[in-house]
Design a binder for this molecule. Structure first.
Ligand code: SAH
Length: 350
């Protein structure tokens, strides 16, 4: 039997390309898109403004495949929900909904697992399983969007900070950004989207040329090459100075403030000397620093600094003229950080 083609994740033009050769009228593509993206239809039978014959014809050749929840965890305060979503081949990734004071923010995975090997990150422990397609990433978004629609709400902002390195899955991620922005699909503004990268320098330049004004977050985590290479092996390929030059270019070109993420790790990168070096690196840039007290990886002795040191680090940066925030922690009681839920499932399956 031939495998059915998945229509979910196609825009109106791509739907037309599939449907018109079968003798379906062009305007029907728009109706199918409305059913899939506005009305949440997951079968052709539900598409009641199409003739019964057409619905049957479509069902014979196509399907509407979206991921299914394998696990759902809700934090005690109810504000964070984490989903382990499985695609047709059984590959599963994590997606998170955070109900923030400023709206509903979602965190989306771009790869199953990750190849970057960062010392502090749970997503990379089992390596990279595979890249996600644009349609699969859109499936993550719609899984959460449709739950919110049930409450009369919507996804307001999105960060690509789940598992995976978005700029190592470049074409699919850019295609996905076009899909979420498409008014016939979700109509999200690029400005409400943040892409986070470990610093894949050539693709930061490429992204700046795409004309998609998404916000860029760069995972820095150390203010000098030796320490950054220890924590993030990718630094050996794309050294820190090149990453920061790319960040500066991105800010200049898009006029969007670049955020540097800096995980604070007890005794590793949290001294006043580190703060001074970090301030020196970023001085004069359209940039801000987001300090993230580490979600501890106890096996690797990477622990959270005491609160006084976190506060002191923040004050020292601010005094040196750097715009700085400390990440509000949400959902630590449900392991909302990077890859921990997926790992638990992989380990219980093994
Ligand atoms: N690969 C991309 C996006 C995914 S990681 C990147 O590196 O930016 C998203 C963010 O979570 C990164 O800043 C990453 O460094 C951070 N992160 C990973 N493990 C963490 C941990 N144990 N505690 C706190 N933040 C972590």
């Amino acid at each position: 039997m031939e495998e059915k083609q998945n229509l979910f994740g196609l825009d109106v033009a791509a739907l037309q390309e599939r449907l018109v050769p079968l003798g379906v009228q062009k305007f029907r593509a728009k109706q199918v898109a409305q059913w899939m993206y506005e009305k949440g239809a997951r079968s052709f039978g539900a598409m009641t403004n199409l003739s019964k014959a057409l619905r049957e014809e479509l069902a014979a050749s196509f399907e509407i495949a979206t991921p299914a929840a394998q696990d759902v965890l809700v934090s005690k305060d109810g504000k964070t929900e984490k989903f382990l979503l499985a695609f047709a081949d059984g590959t599963a990734v994590e997606s998170v909904l955070m109900r923030q004071p400023y709206g509903n923010s979602i965190c989306i995975s771009t790869q199953a697992g990750c190849a970057m090997g960062c010392a502090f990150c749970a997503s990379t422990l089992h390596g990279r399983a595979r890249d996600l397609t644009a349609a699969e990433m859109l499936g993550e978004v719609f899984f959460i969007e449709e739950r919110l629609r049930g409450e009369g709400q919507h996804v307001d902002t999105m960060v690509l900070m789940g598992s995976g390195e978005p700029l190592m899955n470049y074409e699919n991620v850019v295609a996905f950004l076009h899909l979420v922005h498409d008014p016939a699909i979700l109509g999200m503004s690029y400005r409400s989207i943040t892409l986070s990268t470990s610093g894949i320098v050539p693709n930061i330049y490429r992204l700046a040329d795409e004309g998609l004004p998404v916000s860029l977050s760069i995972s820095l985590h150390a203010p000098e090459d030796a320490l950054r290479s220890e924590l993030m092996p990718i630094n050996k390929k794309y050294p820190m100075a090149d990453v920061i030059a790319a960040g500066k270019m991105y800010g200049d070109k898009t006029k969007r403030r670049v955020t540097y993420e800096y995980i604070l790790i007890d005794g590793r990168n949290d001294s006043s000397r580190h703060a001074d070096e970090l301030a020196k690196l970023l001085r004069g840039q359209l940039a801000s620093v987001n300090l993230i007290p580490i979600n501890p990886v106890v096996e690797r002795h990477l622990l959270r600094p005491p609160q006084e040191r976190i506060d002191a680090f923040e004050r020292r940066l601010a005094k040196r003229g750097i715009a700085v925030t400390v990440r509000r922690e949400m959902g630590t009681d449900i392991n909302a950080a990077c890859g921990q839920l997926r790992n638990r499932h992989l380990e219980t399956q093994a």
